[in-house]
Design a protein around this ligand. Structure first.
Ligand SMILES: [Zn+2]
Ligand SMILES: [Zn+2]
Length: 362
């Protein structure tokens, strides 16, 4: 019974199946991804994945990823409070704590036990958050890629605001009202459409496209009713008067949750912002291959690393919640194979351990 309940909830809430109506009508006078009914649509060409299994296979809950506890790293907390350096700490799943020379950023924070609208059922994490929220020195900015429960977690957002009431929350179009319902004041929220920019502390933020979707709620009408995307964060480099100004800004791409689509979004992002200094790239939830309609495989993540000419990429979106059917240990192994095949040095696309504090932007 529990399995059926779980299956039902997953079918309702997870990001695996929704499509957009073929009868979509574009909103006059608005960008091409806006529909007349207020919903959004991908404007690249979706490439259908090869079906390597029957759809029915994945309706058997016992085949779903079995999660178990992975190692958690400790130590190096002094790096967080050294304002001359920058670090990235994998909390788990799609959550990174980025400390950019004293400016603290949480990306897609989920510290809750379950990626679900309720904490009684739904995908449960196998490893606790790599670092407790209370252990972080400061959170100045939260960036949200989209409204799926494993990326926009009510419990975490409320706790962050309670502990650091000055935090800025940067969200996609139509997500601000969700946060306002949770008690976050509008003055704390930056809400952006694709290609729009805003300032937050020392950073310039730009919300950029990715091939994905949104859905939060039991009704199909919620599919794509809010926007999804990824984030480019830029910060000017402080240079001494006599240094040669080769690159005036450092750039981070937080990819969020995405599929490759036809790749055109990412080529556009590269044309406008590339190369990037750091990319946070998802590597999980890609088996069977029909899930690559909404997620990238590790090999595709490695291709994104190359498309964006990323100097340093860090893996995410694996290892915590049993959402689809890759085994928990598959993503790092498949990424290692992809790095080899694509001649990417191991050190330039790494898979941190939960809680590991990695130096970035060196
Ligand atoms: Zn998603
Ligand atoms: Zn996700």
């Amino acid at each position: 019974m529990k399995q059926f309940l779980l299956l039902f909830i997953l079918a309702l809430f997870l990001c695996s199946c929704a499509g957009t109506s073929d009868l979509a009508v574009h909103a006059p006078g608005k960008p091409a991804h806006h529909l007349a009914d207020g919903h959004f649509i991908n404007i690249d060409t979706s490439v259908a994945p090869i079906r390597d299994t029957m759809e029915l296979d994945s309706l058997v809950p016992t085949h779903r990823t079995k999660v178990y506890r992975l190692p958690i790293a400790r130590g190096n907390e002094e790096l967080w409070i050294d304002s001359t350096i920058s670090t990235a700490t994998w909390i788990g799943h799609g959550t990174y704590y980025i400390m950019w020379k004293g400016y603290g950023i949480l990306a897609d924070p989920i510290f809750s036990d379950r990626a679900s609208p309720v904490q009684l059922f739904g995908p449960k994490r196998g490893t606790p958050p790599g670092r407790a929220l209370d252990s972080l020195p400061v959170v100045n900015l939260v960036i949200i890629s989209h409204d799926h429960y494993d990326h926009l977690d009510k419990g975490s957002i409320k706790k962050i605001y309670k502990k650091w009431p000055q935090t800025t929350f940067a969200v996609p179009l139509k997500v601000a009202e969700i946060l306002e319902d949770w008690g976050i004041p509008r003055k704390n929220i930056i809400e952006l459409d694709w290609w729009q920019s805003a300032s937050a502390g020392p950073l310039k933020l730009t919300f950029v496209p990715c091939h994905h979707l949104s859905r939060r709620g039991a009704f199909k009408s919620s599919t794509n009713s809010t926007l999804w995307g990824s984030w480019i964060l830029e910060r000017p480099v402080e240079q001494s008067a006599d240094s040669a100004a080769t690159s005036a800004t450092q750039k981070i791409w937080f990819a969020g949750d995405l599929a490759m689509g036809d790749g055109s979004y990412y080529k556009q992002i590269f044309e406008k912002f590339g190369p990037v200094d750091v990319a946070f790239l998802p590597i999980g939830s890609y088996k069977p291959s029909r899930y690559t309609r909404v997620h990238v495989s590790p090999r595709q993540a490695a291709q994104l690393h190359l498309i964006m000419q990323s100097r340093q990429s860090l893996a995410m979106h694996w290892g915590d919640f049993g959402m689809v059917y890759d085994r928990l240990e598959d993503p790092p192994k498949d990424l290692a194979r992809a790095r080899k095949e694509l001649s990417i040095p191991d050190s330039s696309f790494t898979v941190p351990v939960h809680g590991e504090i990695v130096q970035i932007l060196k």
